[in-house]
Write a protein that binds this ligand. Structure first.
Ligand SMILES: NC(=O)c1ccc[n+]([C@@H]2O[C@H](COP(=O)([O-])OP(=O)(O)OC[C@H]3O[C@@H](n4cnc5c(N)ncnc54)[C@H](O)[C@@H]3O)[C@@H](O)[C@H]2O)c1
Ligand SMILES: [Zn+2]
Length: 347
């Protein structure tokens, strides 16, 4: 089992455990006099929630499971309120624990519920999708959607994240590919070894190894910049163009990020001296991810890019690469944006 720590003000606030066997004994942190555990879970992984409940009941804890609506339907204030009322009925106290099991939608809303119920109770996340394991459950961002994605939430680290890679081994291929886009992104911005692992094995790359490497990258960046004022921006590599394409064409997030990374690679080649754009594109294709955007109106994509959070007064800012592992955040001019979009078939 691999342990990765998230630190704030030099003390560890969150422990991420990764391995095929992390849902065994002692899955909850020591030192808390808890009696009850509330578990929220997606329907698809209810057996995992039941497995966790059974282990904890054997240890003498009272457990209750509540199924969330699937996918984004879970990320609403109404679902959060329903969970709060259920937790009232369970008579949870500040020394009890909430566990959220599922993909990023479940861990986002679960993290929000845990961070706010009784002003914050101990929260443990069990991501069960690749995207959840390498991205959504790592870094302490929690949210629900209110008239726009992730518009209400808090930064709050879970006490522990348990990434059971035996569960990820069984993922349907589409969910594996979706999350692989974020895992390989971690390689492009900070870990050439991860790129080589994927180049050698493609989608069959050993899951425990790739998750450990990708989580190390994200945790390292978060440790330097918890509330996203500076360096954390590099995690948005591929996301400026990616979000715009996702917004306009409604393709899955991982696909949009893959196309966004190809676009960012072209912009990097144009203005940051990046010479590995063809190698990056080859790997993205090898992983079953798209490199060309679906047909879309370029003006609509440009307009969507201007709405991007990363824009400031000086213009559109993009994360670019000087080389693999050397990201830079740059303000880009219209010619560079044109090169980026044209590389993915938008002109
Ligand atoms: N907090 C963050 O920093 C952060 C980062 C990235 C993404 N996100 C959020 O994550 C969400 C997307 O995450 P996601 O792609 O995991 O989506 P998701 O949670 O909607 O899960 C996708 C589907 O996979 C199913 N599923 C989950 N585990 C499974 C398993 N082991 N086997 C088979 N099916 C399984 C779910 O039931 C669901 O139908 C979005 O809401 C996004 O905003 C958050
Ligand atoms: Zn993303």
């Amino acid at each position: 089992m691999e342990r990765i720590l998230i630190r704030a003000a030099d003390s560890a606030v969150s422990e991420i455990r990764i391995g095929p066997d992390v849902l065994g004994q002692n899955l909850l942190p020591m030192g808390q006099a808890r009696r009850r555990v509330a578990i929220v879970s997606q329907p698809s992984v209810n057996p995992v929630a039941m497995r966790i409940a059974s282990i904890l009941e054997d240890e003498g804890l009272e457990c209750a499971i509540r199924l969330l609506p699937d996918r984004e339907a879970a990320k609403t204030l109404q679902v959060a309120e329903d969970c709060f009322l259920w937790m009232n009925e369970l008579a949870l106290t500040r020394s009890d624990t909430l566990i959220a099991v599922g993909g990023g939608a479940a861990t986002d809303v679960g993290g929000f519920i845990g961070a706010t119920y009784l002003r914050g109770i101990e929260t443990v996340l069990v991501p069960t999708t690749m995207l959840g394991a390498v991205d959504a459950a790592i870094g302490g961002k929690t949210a629900v959607n209110i008239g726009g994605k992730n518009l209400a939430g808090v930064f709050s680290h879970p006490a522990r994240v348990l990434v059971a890679t035996d569960i990820l081994e069984e993922l349907p291929i589409e969910l594996l590919i979706e999350g692989t886009a974020e895992a390989v992104k971690a390689g492009f911005i900070a870990d050439e070894g991860l790129i080589e692992l994927y180049e050698e094995h493609g989608l069959k790359a050993p899951i425990t190894d790739v998750v450990i490497r990708a989580v190390r990258v994200k945790a390292g960046v978060v440790n330097e910049d918890f509330t996203e004022r500076g360096r954390r921006a590099i995690l948005n590599y591929g996301h400026t163009v990616g979000h715009a394409i996702e917004h306009v064409t409604k393709i899955p997030h991982g696909h949009a990020v893959a196309i966004g990374m190809v676009a960012a690679g072209a912009a990097s080649a144009a203005v940051a001296g990046f010479s590995e754009a063809p190698r990056q594109q080859r790997l993205i294709e090898q992983l079953g991810l798209p490199v060309i955007a679906p047909a879309a109106d370029p003006e609509e994509i440009r307009a969507a890019m201007k709405l991007d959070k990363k824009r400031d007064e000086s213009g559109l800012r993009m994360v670019l690469l000087e080389s693999f592992g050397k990201p830079v955040v740059m303000t880009v001019d219209p010619t560079t944006v044109h090169a980026a979009l044209s590389a993915v078939g938008i002109e």
